[in-house]
Design a binder for this molecule. Sequence first.
Ligand code: GLV
Ligand code: MG
Length: 350
Amino acid sequence: MTASLRTPAAFYAPLAIGAPEPLRGQPVRLERMIHFVPPHIEKIRAKVPELVTQVDVVLGNLEDAIPADAKEAARSGFIEMARSVDFGETGLWTRINSLDSPWALDDIVEIVSAAGDRLDVIMLPKVEGPWDIHYLDQLLAQLEAKHGIERPILVHAILETAQGVKNVEAIAAASPRMHGMSLGPADLAASRGMKTTRVGGGHPAYGVLADDTDSDARAFSQQDLWHYTVGRMVDACASYGLKPFYGPFGDFADAAACEAQFRNAFLQGCLGAWSLHPSQIDIAKRIFSPDPDEVAFAKKILDAMPDGSGAVMLDGKMQDDATWKQAKVIVDLARLVSRKDPDLAETYGL
Ligand code: GLV
Ligand code: MG
């Protein structure tokens, strides 16, 4: 253990006297889409009670896309929304401004003071290293203690700087308060000097060209620009018991490309993505809920191997302890989805 980490006992101790015990595992929650709302707009706030029935997580955005002169209105709009709406099983998150901005301190102090008992997760943008998490961790513990908050507020980091990606494992390991991470392709592209102006998705020029043979025209296949980062994020999250997410997809008109990006992330291990437009809610729901045929086959594997060991053949395919674990991931997710979604519950038949 290096000196930069707390000892195991201290790691799980509250960071302020009277703050709640840190969690030792993730709460079981469905988070297929984190739906962004701009809380300074009253008309949008008025629709939140209806939105709560359609999405898994409502996130009040205070950071990028909120104009500088609306930062305070967004913060107070979020507090009003948090206090007045019944969120039930739907998660309530906020994305605060980055720690180097003039707004972050008031975002944290005011929101936790006024609505800390309602808030599930704070999304922290532009996380560069574990020091950012330690700062927020300590401050949250002090505020939780001061306001008698009984449930720890979790922290979700946006992975959107080159330095953050370099430090992804240390960020994941920084605190038991860590919920997970989202890939932020827009800021990350800028930070790395990538040559794209898109928010997520591929680029028509990024791909591989087939060999030059005499016979055919050379085929060009576009590749996923985010594959490497999603892979690193998923490994860091899975190693520390956190949840990985793909972030935003900016071209609202291109539903097919959004779906492809979300599906790649899902297949690589992500549990959800952001929805920035109502049309993306259904895309996320479809992609991040397991496919009914896969669920049926996974169920068959679990039924055929009641104690999860040995080897059996099913439909000509070999199953063993490892495929049993894969099947369990899918069936567990389907059970979770069934609790929220009666239509899918019926298709899964669990
Ligand atoms: C999200 O915040 C992004 O920068 O892509
Ligand atoms: Mg960003």
